[in-house]
Design a protein around this ligand. Structure first.
Ligand SMILES: O=C(O)CCC(=O)C(=O)O
Ligand SMILES: [Fe+2]
Length: 346
């Protein structure tokens, strides 16, 4: 669909079921966290202050912008350039990386589970990156400049994600070893999003409301264009991306791991009539041969688990075989207390 000059919107893209109202003021913005302060052990006071800020951001917002993140600027620039170049390729070139039916990796659309399902106004390119044995054949078909850039960028982002996850763990009292054991060799994947301008943006959605299945998402706004909105207390808030910052959000797996202290937040992206928009989301998840459930360090008689424990592979199977609708997936892991359970307690 990218780059085609359409005048009317094909009906499969029309989303008349969406509430499009947004917060009335631009003054409400997600918190900004400074990574350098967070890890600068020589200044304990400002480190603790920043940890409190991070805790507040993850607990109350599930989203924040991360500045001084330490990822090499030239690597980020290369990632921006390569992503733009990829989506600028002629369609037949991009189609060489097309998703095969039933597969999530490749160029196309995600989560299309039926012929009738509505479509998002955007193209995407999804790749599993790490550990390397998860890479699909498409990965080795990437031309050199794109593959090298993705490898370099994702390696740095993985390090950053682990640092942030450990800090978040610290803020709620989860031992670092436990964070590492679940997430360090975890699956890392990447979704490059391209949203072309749309003649009637009020009829479509770039990405419909969803939460991310992973533990942590590091989002790069490639061309600094607005469009991402997050749902806080029922109100959609547009995010104004800061230059040189990443937008970071808590995913479903970390909501489960923190036993609900941090929550994954629904977000969506809207499109514009004039400008294209490009973003790169890098997802850090749990290791596939492990289990996902509330962290042992948090659970006690006073703090019973709110979520079931489940094999990580099974957890993802559930996510990818459903249409992406809000936070429906994390709800399937919730332990529901029935009246019978309550009778047993009393
Ligand atoms: O394009 C964006 O800013 C958000 C994309 C997103 O939510 C995703 O890829 O999961
Ligand atoms: Fe997302």
């Amino acid at each position: 669909m990218a780059k085609k000059k359409l005048v009317t919107i094909p009906s499969r893209y029309v989303r008349d079921d969406q509430d499009r109202s947004i917060a009335s003021s631009n003054n409400i913005q997600v918190p900004v966290v400074d990574m350098q302060r967070l890890i600068n052990a020589s200044d304990h006071d400002s480190m603790n202050l920043e940890l409190q800020k991070l805790h507040f951001a993850a607990k109350e917002w599930g989203f924040f912008q991360l500045i001084n993140h330490g990822v090499n600027c030239s690597v980020v620039e290369k990632m921006r350039d390569e992503t733009k170049k990829f989506f600028d390729l002629p369609l037949e070139e991009k189609n060489k990386f097309e998703q095969s039916p039933g597969d999530t990796d490749g160029f196309g659309q995600l989560f299309v589970v039926s012929e009738e399902q509505k479509l998002d106004w955007g193209d995407l390119f999804y790749l599993k990156i790490s550990p390397p044995h998860l890479r699909m054949p498409i990965f080795s078909k990437l031309y050199l400049s794109l593959r090298e850039t993705i490898e370099e960028y994702s390696e740095e982002v993985k390090e950053l994600s682990m640092k942030v996850l450990k800090e978040l763990g610290k803020a709620v009292g989860i031992e670092e070893e436990e964070v590492k054991s679940v997430f360090e060799e975890g699956m890392q994947s990447m979704r490059m999003n391209y949203y072309p301008p749309c003649p009637q943006p009020e009829l479509v959605m770039g990405v419909c409301p969803h939460s991310d299945a992973c533990a942590l998402t590091i989002l790069l706004q490639v061309n600094q264009t607005e469009g991402l909105q997050i749902r806080k207390d029922g109100i959609w808030i547009p995010i104004l991306p800061l230059p040189n910052a990443f937008i970071v959000n808590v995913g479903d797996a970390f909501e489960i791991f923190t036993n609900g202290i941090y929550k994954s937040i629904e977000h969506r992206s809207v499109v514009s009539s004039e400008k294209e928009r490009i973003s790169v989301a890098t997802f850090q998840s749990a290791r596939l041969d492990g289990e996902l459930g509330p962290a042992n360090s948090l659970i006690s008689a006073h703090n019973p688990p709110l979520f079931k424990k489940m094999g990580v592979t099974e957890y993802f199977r559930g996510y990818f075989t459903r249409e992406l609708v809000g936070k429906s997936h994390v709800d399937t892991m919730r332990i529901t207390t029935t009246e019978d359970d309550l009778k047993n307690v009393n």
